[in-house]
Design a binder for this molecule. Structure first.
Ligand SMILES: NC(=O)c1ccc[n+]([C@@H]2O[C@H](COP(=O)([O-])OP(=O)(O)OC[C@H]3O[C@@H](n4cnc5c(N)ncnc54)[C@H](O)[C@@H]3O)[C@@H](O)[C@H]2O)c1
Length: 434
């Protein structure tokens, strides 16, 4: 199959490289000339484990190429995937669809022969209808089917998620469209990935419902963590105790500083806006978003309380800045409101992140960036663990303590055991544990 991938970001590059690895002929297109030039030099513009090797192998095999001009790849393609960004629109929180519609207009001009145009970006219900309208208006003679194929990969585990998905959702009622997408994903049948064919609007809805549900699960356990702290229960054991019930499941039950990242905040907001447009109340999702926003702001107060209620003149060491480990993605990371809160309360902040510091500097320019965890805690009154990178789990506790001005650790990811921390002489605060 010949595939054109429009948008070569976290989703487009991973999907394009994985499709090429399945044996398809893939061209990844992006408007960002710097990104495409970097890819031509063999550099990967994002951090995603294993992606450099996957890209290099498929470029070498001539199954994967990159360009800024979509005309030839679209004309040659059996399927054109739209994987451009759909950020929150400034001001109202609706999904900003301008990139999707602009891509649709450009694609329309170059279509040739039967082509399936597939929206992989996360888009509100009905966007596929509008993409189809745009294409038919711009190119009335085009032989085209517009389908939805939402993406569920997680950054940091994106290649595995793409190759071993829990399911693939394809939204189109057109038989030719189903056949092309069935052929594209056929290699996954070896991994026994269930393929679900449904209507386009249902597929669009599935993606938002999935993210809203996962955000709800995280927010639920965060609230149970707050109560556990007060009543003297251990939220990690509560999570395990409920998660072992198959109806609940153990995943997405890790209490922490609130969800962030490039998807959950914007997608829950967009879902609420879609519901408002249809006069439907999504009170659960609205609460999830509100609770989460409050929680992110509350984390700076938690640090302040650990230091006796004032941060003025204190130095705080922050470990981990990206919204989760194994990515360089800083979009909506919980570290941003936390660090901003610490600065507002008069603290100086030193920070270290294994891969996200360049990105973080754009969001948080006025803090000190350090070369490793030990340099970061130098002279600090408290250490705050914000992102649970594996390398933070095995830090030398005695060395940390000797470098710090005060032995205070606020662990927002529960990566250490309270008894170990106390034995090492730390004042230790975590989430939802006595
Ligand atoms: N990042 C994730 O983990 C994830 C997971 C599932 C779904 N999604 C969804 O996938 C979509 C893409 O997300 P992302 O994180 O990959 O975004 P991204 O910002 O990393 O990448 C989008 C890319 O599209 C390019 N682009 C924009 N308009 C273009 C055009 N007309 N032609 C060519 N290129 C164009 C941009 O330059 C950018 O490189 C979003 O809708 C997102 O919600 C993301």
């Amino acid at each position: 199959m010949r595939i054109a991938m429009i948008g070569t970001g976290y989703v487009g590059l991973v999907s394009g490289a994985c499709f090429a690895d399945f044996g398809h002929d893939v061209t990844c297109v992006d408007k960002d000339e710097g990104k495409i030039a970097a890819l031509h030099r063999g550099e990967i513009p994002i951090y995603e484990p294993g992606l450099d090797e996957l890209v290099a192998t498929n470029v070498k095999a001539r199954r994967l190429s990159f360009t800024t001009d979509l005309s030839t790849p679209v004309a040659d393609a059996d399927a054109v995937f739209i994987a451009v960004g759909t950020p929150s629109r400034r001001g109202d929180g609706h999904a900003d669809l301008s990139y999707v519609y602009a891509a649709a207009r450009e694609i329309a001009q170059s279509l040739s022969g039967f082509t399936v145009v597939v929206t992989k970006s996360t888009v509100p219900v009905g966007t596929g209808d509008e993409v189809e309208r745009i294409i038919r208006e711009a190119n009335p003679g085009a032989d085209v089917v517009v389908a939805s194929n939402p993406e569920f990969l997680r950054e940091g585990a994106a290649i595995r998620d793409f190759k071993f998905p829990d399911r693939v959702v394809v939204g189109t009622s057109d038989e030719r469209g189903r056949k092309v997408l069935g052929d594209i994903y056929r290699p996954l049948s070896l991994n026994q990935a269930p393929m679900m064919f449904t209507e386009r609007r249902t597929a669009e809805m599935i993606k938002y419902a999935a993210n809203a549900f996962l955000a709800t699960k995280i927010t639920f356990i965060n609230e149970i963590a707050d109560l556990s702290e007060k009543v003297g229960a251990n939220v990690q054991e509560v999570a395990r105790g409920i998660g072992l019930d198959n109806r609940i499941g153990t995943k997405f039950l890790h209490a922490g500083p609130g969800f962030g990242g490039s998807c959950f905040p914007k997608d829950t907001k967009a879902l609420i806006k879609i519901a408002q447009d249809y006069d439907v109340n999504l009170r659960i999702v609205e609460s999830v978003l509100a609770v989460n926003e409050n929680r992110k702001r509350a984390m700076a107060r938690k640090v302040s309380q650990a230091l006796g209620g004032s941060l003025r003149g204190k130095t705080i060491a922050v470990l981990g800045l990206t919204f989760k480990p194994d990515t360089d993605d800083m979009r909506d990371a919980p570290s941003i409101p936390l660090v901003t809160g610490l600065l507002d309360m008069g603290a100086k902040v030193r920070a270290f992140d294994p891969v996200g510091m360049e990105q973080a500097k754009q969001e948080l320019p006025s803090i000190t960036y350090c070369e490793d965890a030990y340099a970061c805690v130098q002279g600090a009154d408290a250490l705050v663990v914000v992102t649970e990178w594996v390398q933070f789990r095995g830090l030398d506790l005695d060395r940390l303590k000797s470098l710090m001005a005060q032995p205070v650790v606020v662990d927002l990811r529960n990566i250490y055991r309270p008894e170990d921390m106390r034995a090492a002489g730390f004042v230790y605060e975590s989430i939802g544990r006595p």
